[in-house]
Design a protein around this ligand. Structure first.
Ligand code: SAH
Ligand code: SF4
Ligand code: F3S
Length: 387
């Protein structure tokens, strides 16, 4: 009998793509072979994303396509394992609405314990932390991926060592708060944490708030970057996504000095308006963001910055949007991933604010920013009219 085959269809971000490589490793270890497409596999893993409603809609549409394609071809449909960030809906609810699903499993239960099967032979994704505690008000990730947990220094280094020795030259360190790696969260057990971690102190950023404890001395993430860059075989080190709140001066200095680190730095802003940032619970101001960017550019003029922006956050006034526009002109981002706000059930912004902007306004704002940043069409001073 020929071995059973699997196929993994992945939606969403790099964390999901990296998880899928780990799931593939587990299937191979169990003797499965990779199918060339989903039409011919015995088991189909659908690794889902829930960041916006449209991402969830795409997963549903895909499921229907799988079921109808199999029916039209007169074949039984593959066994469907549903995993990833849509699991925050709960297993029973998913099975109730999506009847063609056979199993609903958290990613680590689909299989996470075998050598990773990577498609790329030169570049590797390495998750250094999982989950998120930041609770930006619009975001589903703390619910879909759970609490933030950093992998240990030793474990990460062991993975990099194997990669370096087997021909890999480029690595990207992954985490939802990648530069907060190794820090602990300000939370209910703060006092206990401060007792257990004498290497941390309360963070006093000159900002509206701060979400992590501040490292005394070299931040853990900087230590990690140095250790990873020390492998002679590793030529390029990237990391994402960084947050402005743990972009300490030591990290800026490391990026400037360590030329193995990519000159492209991705630093999501989400909004250029302080009042919107506050409603988003982002924990920094536009001034703080601008300070990080200015220091990076002063340290090395070759540093290139990209960002993520959400337009149409609840209550975003025309004046607030203009602040983002004006900030974009100052920042001169190379690229921006611009998203239209999508209320995610269960999040704070979904509970607290009404999604009050008409889609036409959101779309218009999206287009203006896209033209300005990504198409480079709108010159400074030539401000478009905002509806
Ligand atoms: N941890 C990263 C972002 C992860 S989510 C960070 O904090 O920067 C990727 C991007 O999706 C976010 O940067 C944001 O721009 C967008 N996003 C998240 N939730 C969204 C929502 N409810 N509606 C629209 N865009 C959203
Ligand atoms: Fe979402 Fe904020 Fe966490 Fe990023 S930092 S994953 S936007 S909650
Ligand atoms: Fe990534 Fe989407 Fe989950 S962006 S963390 S796969 S909700």
């Amino acid at each position: 009998m020929s071995p059973k085959t699997y196929y993994i269809h992945t939606f969403g971000c790099q964390s999901n793509k990296s998880d899928s490589e780990r799931i593939a490793g587990d299937y191979q270890a169990r003797g499965y072979q990779s199918a060339k497409d989903w039409q011919t596999c015995d088991e189909l893993v659908i690794n889902t994303c829930a960041i916006r409603k449209s991402a969830e809609d795409r997963a549903r549409a895909f499921l229907h396509k799988v079921a109808t394609t199999a029916r039209a071809a007169g074949r039984p449909k593959p066994k469907i394992i549903f995993t990833g960030c849509m699991l925050h809906h709960g297993k029973n609810k998913i099975l109730e609405i999506l009847s063609m699903v056979d199993e609903v499993l958290p990613v680590n239960e689909v299989g996470f314990n075998s050598p990773v099967v990577r498609k790329d032979k030169k570049h590797a994704w390495i998750p250094i932390s999982a989950g998120c505690n930041s609770f930006c008000t619009y975001c589903i990730v703390p619910y879909s991926r759970g609490r933030e947990q950093s992998r240990s220094f030793e474990e990460i280094l062991a993975e990099v060592k194997i990669l370096a020795e087997s021909g890999y030259e480029e690595i990207t360190l992954l985490g939802q708060n990648v530069n907060s790696w190794g820090l602990e969260k300000v939370g209910i057990s703060l006092r206990k944490m401060l007792m257990e971690r004498p290497d941390l102190e309360l963070n006093h950023l000159p900002d509206n708030q701060s979400q992590y404890l501040k490292p005394k001395g070299t931040p853990p993430f900087v230590r990690l970057l140095r250790a990873v860059s020390a492998f002679p075989q590793i030529k390029l080190v990237r990391f994402m996504s960084s947050n402005p709140w743990d972009f300490h001066d030591e990290l800026i200095a490391e990026i400037v000095a360590n030329k193995k680190i990519d000159r492209y730095v991705h630093l999501p802003i989400q909004s250029g308006s302080n009042s919107v940032l506050k409603r988003m619970n982002r924990g920094y101001t536009r001034e703080r963001y601008a300070e990080v960017v200015a220091k990076l550019r002063a340290g090395d003029p070759n540093v290139v910055i990209g960002t993520d922006i959400i337009v149409g956050f609840p209550g975003e006034t025309e004046a607030e949007f203009q602040e983002t526009l004006e900030f974009a002109q100052k920042m001169d981002w190379k690229v921006a991933f611009i998203a239209i706000y999508s209320p995610r059930p269960g999040t704070a912004s979904w509970r607290l604010f009404s999604d009050d902007l008409p889609h036409t306004v959101k779309k218009h704002r999206w287009e203006i920013l896209d033209q300005l940043i990504n198409k480079n069409n709108l010159k400074a001073g030539n401000r478009p009219k905002v509806i």
